[in-house]
Ligand binder design. Structure first.
Ligand SMILES: NC(=O)c1ccc[n+]([C@@H]2O[C@H](COP(=O)([O-])OP(=O)(O)OC[C@H]3O[C@@H](n4cnc5c(N)ncnc54)[C@H](OP(=O)(O)O)[C@@H]3O)[C@@H](O)[C@H]2O)c1
Length: 309
């Protein structure tokens, strides 16, 4: 496992994070096994959100922590807030009142006195930076959160918040996989009139590098917006052929190579994996031990259907 040094406490965080968005069908015992497998593989970072299965995913982890409090010291736990559903209406809410309530709800469900990182989940167009500042400062002073970050934000949104939010925005969690690369495409097609040249994210990868913001890549095996997994998918025949060949050359699985592809980006980056299976956690963790060559990295990029100028 490779690690990055992160945050106020200079923690050594694994470059693979276990995402727990899909654990709602697992029992607390099965979740405990999954967490223990992850820890055994060197994964010490865990990602949740208050909206995952309407709080159920956090509650399951909370049950594990109440029966196994010893695990907490080995786990760096991150959660997110700001996505709401009420009366069948989805909306985003970064108001001081909601962030404050959300943090207390997260701590209660997780059965812990603090989380290591809180992310604002999806941009709220109606956000006011001073309200976010108040909510985050209060939570940090009360010891409820240690580090702070955002998710799915573009550079100008982060600049806007940074002007008034005193806490450093330490993380931006965005979608990135070998088969989902808008953040990379535009940088390879600067000033070209092709679709790939359209800057959709305001050059977020370059912005994070310039500002020492850790990038967390979510849905590292998916294509589209939750359209499915590209591993073994006939829609991605060429990509799977290349991943399988490189996997056998490195004695790992194609899934591990897909993780290695994301982690090859030369800035502190973490891959948030979402499997609920211990065997897959073990296989994917191995992706952090491989450093792909430039040739391998670009071959995978093009096998996913992308072109280079
Ligand atoms: N910030 C955001 O807006 C945002 C959005 C989405 C997700 N996230 C975070 O990112 C994490 C990962 O997202 P994700 O779950 O979409 O990630 P993923 O790792 O790309 O996908 C995991 C899913 O793919 C399935 N799968 C099918 N074939 C697989 C294979 N060969 N290897 C591994 N998995 C396979 C898994 O099923 P099995 O469980 O059966 O293995 C699981 O349902 C989430 O848990 C969450 O923490 C953040």
């Amino acid at each position: 496992m490779r690690y990055i040094e992160f945050g106020k406490n200079h923690k050594e965080l694994s470059t693979v994070i276990l995402g727990m968005m899909r654990i709602s069908s697992l029992s607390p015992n099965e979740t405990e096994d999954l967490i223990e497998t992850a820890l055994h593989c060197g994964i010490n970072a865990f990602d949740l959100a208050d909206c995952y299965a309407d709080g159920l995913c956090e509650r399951i982890v909370g049950k594990v922590l109440s029966s196994r409090p010893d695990l907490r010291d080995h786990m760096w736990i991150q959660s997110k807030c700001g996505i709401r559903r009420e009366d069948g209406i989805k909306y985003f809410d970064f108001s001081k009142e909601h962030i404050t309530e959300a943090i207390d709800g997260i701590l209660m469900r997780l059965n812990t006195d603090h989380i290591d990182s809180l992310l604002l989940h999806r941009p709220d167009t109606l956000m006011e930076a001073d309200e976010i500042n108040d909510a985050i400062n209060d939570a940090v002073k009360a010891g409820k959160i240690i580090d702070f970050g955002v998710s799915n934000m573009n550079p100008l949104m982060i600049e806007f918040l940074s002007r008034d939010v005193e806490e450093k925005i330490a993380i931006n969690q965005i979608q990135l996989s070998a088969a989902f690369t808008p953040a990379i495409d535009a940088g390879l097609h600067v000033n070209m009139s092709t679709d790939a040249g359209i800057v959709r994210d305001g050059s977020i990868l370059e912005y994070c590098r310039l500002n020492n913001i850790v990038i967390q890549a979510w849905s590292v095996l998916q294509y589209g917006f939750f359209e499915g997994v590209f591993i073994g998918n006939p829609k991605f025949e060429a990509l799977n052929k290349v991943l399988s060949r490189i996997a056998s050359e490195h004695s790992v699985t194609p899934e591990a190579v897909a993780i290695a592809w994301v982690l090859r980006y030369p800035h502190p980056i973490q891959a948030v994996i979402g499997t609920t299976r211990a065997d897959r956690v073990q296989q994917m963790a191995m992706g952090a031990d491989i450093i792909l060559s430039r040739k391998e990295w670009y071959e995978i990029y093009q096998a996913a259907g992308n072109t280079l100028p």
